[in-house]
Ligand binder design. Structure first.
Ligand code: KG4
Ligand code: ZN
Length: 335
């Protein structure tokens, strides 16, 4: 008999609920984005995000069950993101999940949001062989993760300053594109020349798998300021394309160096920035020219969603890693 897991994701500005059967079959994945609410503030306002989650969650859960063609009594477990993220936003999902688990007397599974992002890959390819390497690129994280087996994640490289998504969003703001910046830069960059403007690529010291994107962000700001002082017009599409290319060059190079260092044969891509069309193409092309198996989830599973949380929750459930009803939100939860 199938195990149906209901998962909730409320760590940032997406209210999402999903039902997944046996960790592989996505029966529903409802995502209600709050982008329109936060856009006028130029970024996510934590208090507003919590209130919106409260307003939306019951309805989103109802829609997820209806779309899956199930009622609450069919559920085998409830999984929820309990960190990292905005504490008030996380608490809405965690409280709701605890109430559902208690009311139905079913297991509760707490999921690390980053592990959720990684498990989007297992939704697409359930039979992946270990060990694996995963590049997680999101709004708050840029991590290279080595996975020896399910649930065994070791961060072997991380950003020392801005996360990749943060750099996209900040650069979009200074170019005057609006929020959220990642998808807007992605689109504008398609019309630009990635070689038009020379920008720095930070590889850091020999052998380091860490990242640094704040210098690149500052270089974009100086380029704009210099042009303004000289009264010159900067081609925004060229600037967006050059910035994106510099960032992606480093991401892809370091990922393949890490793959070689660790001896893995499979590489996964995860997190909101992996919805970026240029990154998807660049990393797939590099893998095609080598012997690595590359997995790139569809964009809807790259950005925040509850289906990935259900999948990670399923594998935790199989290992018996359930949570007590005292589960709390952990805003700075580590992998
Ligand atoms: O994983 P995610 O949805 O939320 C976090 O866990 O942070 O990632 C959000 C980040 C934002 O910075 C957003 O601008 C970026 O992912 N993003 C993109 C694209 N789509 C979303 N960045 C570049 N290109 C995209 N197409
Ligand atoms: Zn995320």
């Amino acid at each position: 008999m199938s195990v149906f897991i209901l998962a909730l994701e409320t760590s940032c500005d997406e209210t999402s609920a999903s039902v997944v059967a046996d960790g592989t079959e996505v029966l529903s994945n409802i995502i209600s984005s709050q982008i329109d609410v936060h856009r006028k503030f130029g970024g996510v306002v934590p208090e507003v995000a919590s209130r919106k989650h409260l307003e939306l969650l019951n309805q989103v859960v109802g829609e997820a069950l209806t779309a899956a063609g199930l009622t609450l009594d069919a559920l085998g477990a409830v999984a929820v993101t309990y960190g990292p993220g905005l504490v008030g936003a996380l608490l809405v999902g965690v409280s709701a999940a605890k109430a559902i688990a208690y009311g139905l007397n079913i297991p509760l599974v707490g999921v690390n949001h980053l592990e959720g992002h990684i498990y989007a890959n297992f939704l697409c390819e359930p039979g992946l062989d270990f060990p694996l390497l995963c590049l997680i690129v999101s709004g708050g994280h840029t991590d290279l993760v080595y996975m020896a087996k399910h649930g065994d994640c070791r961060v072997i490289g991380r950003t020392r300053d801005d996360a990749a998504g943060e750099a996209f969003d900040k650069v979009a703001r200074v170019i005057g594109l609006g929020y959220p910046g990642g998808p807007l830069i992605d689109r504008l960059a398609r019309e630009g020349n990635p070689k038009a403007i020379s920008l720095p690529r930070a590889y850091l010291e020999e052998g380091s798998l860490d990242f640094s994107f704040s210098g690149l962000k500052s270089a974009v700001i100086y380029t704009l300021q210099r042009a303004e002082q000289r009264g010159e017009e900067i081609n925004k599409a060229d600037l967006a394309a050059s910035f994106q290319e510099a960032l992606i060059d480093v991401l892809v190079d370091k990922t393949f160096t890490a793959a070689q260092d660790t001896g893995v044969s499979t590489i996964l891509l995860a997190g909101g920035v992996s919805a970026n069309s240029r990154l998807r193409l660049a990393i797939t092309e590099r893998a095609a020219g080598s012997n690595y198996r590359m997995v790139v989830p569809p964009p809807v599973l790259c950005t925040d969603n509850a289906a990935m949380v259900a999948c990670a929750g399923y594998y935790k459930l199989l290992r018996g890693a359930t949570a007590p009803l005292t589960l709390n939100a952990v805003p700075d939860l580590k992998l």
